[in-house]
Design a protein around this ligand. Structure first.
Ligand code: AMP
Length: 417
């Protein structure tokens, strides 16, 4: 027997219904706010991620599913959505028809990570990007829409962590100061190498002993320029106006190099080590990094599976697609043919209807009817056929009555659900 590859998973009914509902809920607020849907391929040129995400990031150095095609192209299964979406916006010249460009997307992403609860090699995100704006209102808008998505699911345990990484100009002196501090610590070889290549990434080290050593580390907020501070204060006051509480997180960094200024993460305490249910930020340099014009942007990616775990951890009821209204049971071939037509008619009229598989016998078919979750059963055998009726049965009370064939649709329409 084959098994699903390590780090990947199947989502099967009935949990898959909840997953669908979660995905829809995450996309709801951006769709409602006028963002356009964008779809890009699952693979891209490898160089897009090396340049866009950053050569020294874990994502690029350790986690990419890269391959050479038969034709010799170097491709990578997308590990994230922002660089591909920006590539597509530029390639399709959406930025030439008025700014900002607002788009949302949804789909699978791939990272060769060490699998654990909430961390997979194949996972899905719902994302949104606002491209071509320096306005702090855009940063705030993405945050509010993401928070509204979590709230629409009834989640109450999602906290917002907020930081500013400053613009690249204010980040340079910070990088130097942080590097000088980190060089003075007793760190393992791997981390030392990271200190030289990408010192901000060390702040993201989850080991308690490293976190303890970092307590005295310089913080970016002491290095922000006046413009950076003004931008950050703008975001903060808009969030306050919108009733979205946040926690200042001066050491928050994220695994992708393209961020500048606003950086945020949504965390949920019911998930254990992998507590981030979503995150985002501003990426003013990304367009130029991938060979485009100067074009700023801000956006988020929300993890669908982790949000599902949060929904399960809080045990909030998620409205899933309607169960069956009607389940039809045919006893005999002739009745089967008539009921097939009737079920088709009911479905076309908007009812959720299903038909028992042929040849089960009454007992097996009624068991299937009970399992289906339908409130009503329509039962017909040869004798009913001869009398021109079906039996309409309330599966909750067990009551049953005969209804003429041509009165079934109006009868079902008037039934309580
Ligand atoms: P990122 O693209 O790293 O900013 O991640 C955005 C969100 O995607 C995270 O907050 C998680 O909810 C989700 N996510 C990222 N990596 C994984 C993974 N390996 N498995 C499951 N969810 C993930």
């Amino acid at each position: 027997m084959f098994r699903v590859p390590r780090g990947a998973f199947d989502v099967v009914p009935p949990r898959s219904e909840v997953l669908l509902a979660v995905r829809d809920a995450l996309a709801g607020p951006v769709r409602h706010a006028g963002y356009g849907y964008i779809e890009t391929p699952v693979f891209e040129e490898t160089a897009l991620f090396v340049r866009g995400v950053g050569e020294s990031t874990d994502v690029v150095t350790k986690e990419m599913y890269s391959f050479t095609t038969r034709g010799g192209d170097e491709l990578t299964l997308r590990p994230e959505g922002t660089a591909p979406v920006l590539r597509a916006v530029l390639e399709n010249r959406l930025h030439e028809h008025g700014l900002p460009v607002k788009v949302w997307y949804s789909g699978p992403y791939f990272r060769y990570e060490r699998p654990q609860r909430g961390r997979y090699r194949h996972f899905s995100q719902v994302g949104a990007e606002v491209i071509g704006t320096d306005d702090p209102a855009s940063d705030a808008e993405t945050i509010v829409l993401a928070m509204d998505a979590y709230r629409s699911l009834g989640l109450t345990g999602v906290r917002l962590l907020l930081n500013s990484l400053g613009s690249p100009r204010s980040r340079l002196p910070y990088r130097d100061a942080l590097q000088a501090f980190l060089r003075g610590l007793d760190l393992d070889d791997d981390t030392r190498r990271r200190v030289e290549q990408n010192p901000l990434r060390v702040l993201d080290d989850k080991r308690p002993e490293v976190q303890a050593a970092l307590r005295e580390a310089p913080v970016i907020s002491d290095f922000l320029s006046a413009d950076d501070v003004r931008h950050h204060d703008g975001v903060r006051s808009l969030l306050a106006d919108a009733g979205v509480p946040f926690v200042d997180a001066p050491r928050l960094v994220r695994g992708l190099d393209y961020y500048s200024r606003t950086l945020y993460e949504f965390v949920h305490d019911g998930l254990g080590a992998q507590s981030a249910v979503g995150g985002g930020g501003r990426y003013d340099g990304l367009s130029e990094m991938i060979g485009g014009p100067r074009l700023s942007g801000v956006g988020f990616a929300l993890g669908v599976e982790r949000t599902l775990l949060a929904v399960e951890a809080e045990d909030v009821p998620v409205p899933v697609a309607r169960e069956l209204d009607v389940f039809a049971v045919a006893l005999g071939t002739a009745a089967g043919r008539r009921l097939f037509a009737l079920v088709t008619e009911l479905r076309r009229a908007g009812f959720a209807a299903d038909l028992a598989p042929a040849g089960r016998g009454l007992k097996g078919a009624m068991k299937a009817a009970d399992r289906s979750g339908a409130r009503w059963a329509i039962i017909a055998g040869d004798r009913d056929l001869a009398a021109g009726v079906v039996q309409l049965k309330d599966l909750r009370t067990g009551e049953q009555r005969a209804v003429p064939w041509d009165a079934v649709l109006p009868a079902v329409t008037s039934l309580p659900k």
